[in-house]
Write a protein that binds this ligand. Structure first.
Ligand code: F6R
Length: 608
C-alpha cells in the first residue's frame, strides 16, 4: 500500500529512485513521483498519474540530484491524478514529503494552515505534512527538529521521507504504523518502505520502530524518538535471495510464485518435523506443553486470504488436537469489543506482517491481556514484533498482489501447530506419523498438480467467459471454495461466489444455469457421496460442473475434472487449492487482465 524510496550519496539519486519504485509498484500503482535536491539548489519534482514506467518517461535527462525521495501511490484521499501524486511540497517549494498511511486530523490541520496562508494544491492528507513541516522550518532550525515538531501535531499513521532544499545533506524519515527501512551502503544510504527496493544495493538494513525517526546522511544515520531521545539500532542482514524479486523467466510473478510452492512448503517444514515423537518442533511459540494444555479454545485472526487460510487452520486444529478453533476476519474482530478469554490462544495470520486491521486486532487482544501468536511471512514486521511468539513461514517474498505461496505455507504452518497441539493432547503416535509422512509428501504432490498447468489453462479459457462462477465445498472443502472464489475474482474480475455445498439447496441453487458454472471440490473422503449428490442436483438444473477431485466423477455428474493427488484427509484442502490458483491465473491471462497488479487493489493494506 504505497511505496517509499529515498537515496542520499555521491551518485545521482534518480536511477535508484525509479528502479526502487518499479520494485515497490506492487504496493500501489495508480500514480508515482520523485523529488531530488542537491547540486543546482532547489527541489525538482516530477509526478504523474499512472505507472512508474509513465513516470520514468516523464523524467528528463537533466533531472539529477544527490538526494532524492520517491513514491508510488494507492489512493486513499483524493482520486489518482498528477496533483494528488506524491511528493507534496510547501508553497515555498522548500520541503518535499512522501507519505504512506493516513493523517486522521488532516481536515483540521488543513483549515489552520490555510488560515495562516498555505495554498493547497491537492486533495491529499499528505499535503498538510509539507506545509506543517515548512511552518516549523524557520531559520536555523534543523530539519529533524521541524519534522519532530510537525509530527507532534499529527494524529494518524505514517511512514514518511522528507527532503529540504536548504539542508540537502540529509533526509529525515519517520515511522508510525507504516514501515520504513534504512539500507546502509558504502558512503551512501538508501531508504524504502520495504526491503525489496533495497536488496540490489545492500543487505544491511535497519527497520525503524513505531514512534522512531531517523536523520539519514550519506555517511550514516542517527535514530531518535518523537521526544528526541537518541536510540541505538543495530543493522540486520536481509537473507532473502535477490532473484526472489524478479520474475525469473516466468510471464508473471503470480505464476512464478505458484510454481515456487514445492520449495516454499519445504522451507516452512524445514527442521520442524520430529519423526521420533511423530510431532512438530515449534520453538518460536514460546509456550511449553503445560501451558499449551491449558488452552481451551483457539481464535485465528487475519484478513482476506489470510482469514481463509485461518479457516483451514481452525479445521486442522479441531480435527487433530480436538480444541475448538475458529477463524474470524481481523477487520471485524477489532471493532466489535471482543471478549478476550484467558484460556483462549489467539493466532494472527499475515503474509506482509503489516496489515493494519490485523495489527490492530493483535493490539486489542494484548491490551486486554490475551496471548497472541503470529503466523507471519515477513521477518521483523510489525505484526511479528507485536506477537508473543509464533511461526515464520519462510515462503520468501511474495510480490504479486494475490497471495498464493504464502497462503499454502500458512496452511502448512497450521498443520504443524495442529500436529504439535494434537500430540500434546490425544492424537495417537500412529496418527502423528500419518500426518508427518503426509506433510513430507506435499512438495512432490504439489509438483504433480503444477504439471497440469497447461491442461488447466485450457479449462480456464473455456470457463473464463462465464458471467460468474460458483465454488462449492463441504466442511474441509468450504474454505478451499472460498479461497478459490477469492483468487478468481481478484485477478480475473469474474464474479465468483463460494458456498458450502450443503447450503446450495437452501437458496443459491436458484442461480444455477448453463451461464453460471460450478467449481466443486470433491475429495475422496467420508463426504464423497454427499458431494456427488450435490453434483447431481446441479446437473439436473442444467448447470455445468468442473470437479476438482481425487477420482473422476461419472461423466453425467461433471463436465470436466482436474485430478489432484490424495493426501491424508485433513491435509487434502492444501492440494485441492493449488489447481484453483492456476485456474484463476489462466482465466485472468485469457481475459487480458493485469495479473500481478489487479485493479483497485494493492499488496499490504496498511490503512484502516
Ligand atoms: C488475497 C490477498 C489479500 C491478503 C490480505 C491480508 O490474495 O492477497 O486478501 O491476503 O490483504 O494480507 P496479509 O496476509 O499481508 O496480512
Amino acid at each position: 500500500m504505497c511505496g517509499i524510496v529515498a537515496y542520499i550519496g555521491p551518485k545521482d539519486a534518480t536511477p535508484f529512485l525509479l528502479e526502487g519504485l518499479a520494485r515497490l509498484e506492487y504496493r500501489g500503482y495508480d500514480s508515482a513521483g520523485v523529488a531530488v535536491a542537491g547540486r543546482t539548489g532547489g527541489i525538482k519534482v516530477r509526478k504523474v498519474k499512472g505507472r512508474v514506467a509513465d513516470l520514468a518517461a516523464a523524467v528528463p535527462a537533466r533531472f539529477k540530484g544527490s538526494t532524492g525521495i520517491g513514491h508510488t501511490r494507492w489512493a486513499t484521499h483524493g482520486v489518482p491524478s498528477d496533483a494528488n501524486a506524491h511528493p507534496h511540497l510547501d508553497n515555498a517549494e522548500r520541503i518535499a514529503v512522501v507519505h504512506n498511511g493516513i493523517i486522521e486530523n488532516a481536515d483540521e490541520l488543513r483549515a489552520k494552515l490555510a488560515a495562516d496562508g498555505a495554498v493547497f494544491r491537492s486533495e491529499t492528507d499528505t499535503e498538510v505534512l509539507g506545509h506543517l513541516i515548512a511552518a516549523h522550518a524557520a531559520e536555523g532550525v534543523e530539519l529533524e527538529e521541524a519534522v519532530r515538531a510537525a509530527l507532534g501535531k499529527v494524529v494518524g499513521t505514517y511512514g514518511i521521507a522528507v527532503l529540504d532544499a536548504e539542508q540537502p545533506d540529509r533526509i529525515v524519515v519517520a515511522r508510525n504504523g507504516s514501515p520504513i527501512v534504512l539500507g546502509i551502503g558504502e558512503k551512501e544510504m538508501f531508504v524504502a518502505s520495504d526491503v525489496s527496493a533495497l536488496v540490489r544495493y545492500t543487505r544491511q538494513v535497519v527497520h525503524l520502530e513505531d514512534g522512531e525517526l531517523a536523520t539519514v546522511r550519506a555517511d550514516g544515520f542517527r535514530t531518535f524518538t518523537e521526544d528526541a531521545r537518541t536510540t541505538h539500532r543495530q543493522p540486520s542482514t536481509v537473507d532473502w535471495e535477490i532473484d526472489s524479486y524478479d520474475t525469473g523467466g516466468y510471464e508473471h510473478f503470480l505464476l512464478k510464485e505458484i510454481h515456487e510452492q514445492p520449495g516454499s512448503v519445504e522451507r516452512t517444514l524445514g527442521g520442524r518435523l520430529d519423526e521420533r515423537f511423530a510431532t512438530a518442533h515449534l520453538g518460536g511459540l514460546n509456550l511449553d506443553a503445560r501451558e499449551l494444555r491449558e488452552i481451551r479454545r483457539v481464535k485465528i485472526l487475519g484478513c482476506g486470504s489470510a482469514y481463509y487460510a485461518g479457516e483451514m487452520g481452525a479445521q486442522l486444529i479441531e480435527e487433530l488436537a480436538r480444541i475448538p478453533a475458529h477463524s474470524e476476519p481481523a477487520s471485524e474482530f477489532r471493532y466489535r469489543n471482543p471478549v478476550i478469554e484467558a484460556d483462549t490462544l489467539y493466532i494472527a495470520v499475515s503474509q506482509s506482517g503489516e496489515t493494519y486491521d490485523t495489527l490492530a486486532a493483535v493490539q486489542e487482544v494484548k491490551r486486554k491481556g490475551g496471548r497472541v501468536l503470529g503466523v507471519v511471512n515477513t521477518v521483523g514486521s510489525a505484526i511479528a514484533r507485536e506477537c508473543d511468539g509464533g511461526i515464520y513461514l519462510h515462503a520468501g517474498p511474495e510480490i504479486s498482489v494475490a497471495s498464493t505461496k504464502a497462503f499454502t505455507s500458512t496452511v502448512v504452518a497450521f498443520a504443524l501447530i495442529a500436529l504439535h497441539f494434537g500430540r500434546i493432547h490425544d492424537l495417537s503416535p500412529a496418527d502423528g506419523r500419518r500426518i508427518v509422512s503426509a506433510l513430507k509428501a506435499l512438495p512432490d504432490q504439489i509438483r504433480e498438480v503444477l504439471a497440469q498447468s497447461d491442461a488447466i489453462a485450457g479449462l480456464a479459457a473455456e470457463y473464463a467467459g462465464s458471467e460468474g462462477m460458483m465454488f462449492i465445498g463441504r466442511v474441509r472443502g468450504y474454505p478451499v471454495a472460498r479461497e478459490g472464489a477469492q483468487k478468481l475474482k481478484e485477478i480475473s474480475y469474474v464474479h465468483a461466489e463460494a458456498y458450502p455445498a450443503s447450503e446450495l439447496k437452501h437458496g443459491p441453487l436458484a442461480l444455477i444455469s448453463p451461464e453460471l458454472p460450478t467449481v466443486a471440490l470433491v475429495p475422496d473422503d467420508e463426504l464423497l457421496d454427499k458431494n456427488l449428490t450435490t453434483l447431481g442436483e446441479i446437473k439436473a438444473r442444467s448447470g455445468r460442473v468442473l470437479a476438482v477431485a481425487h477420482r473422476r466423477p461419472e461423466a453425467k455428474l461433471a463436465d470436466h475434472c482436474i485430478l489432484v493427488p490424495k493426501s491424508e484427509p485433513e491435509l487434502d484442502p492444501l492440494l485441492l487449492n493449488i489447481p484453483l490458483q492456476l485456474l484463476a491465473y489462466h482465466a485472468a491471462v485469457a481475459l487480458g487482465r493485469d495479473v500481478d497488479k489487479p485493479r483497485n487493489l494493492a499488496k499490504s493494506v496498511t490503512v484502516e
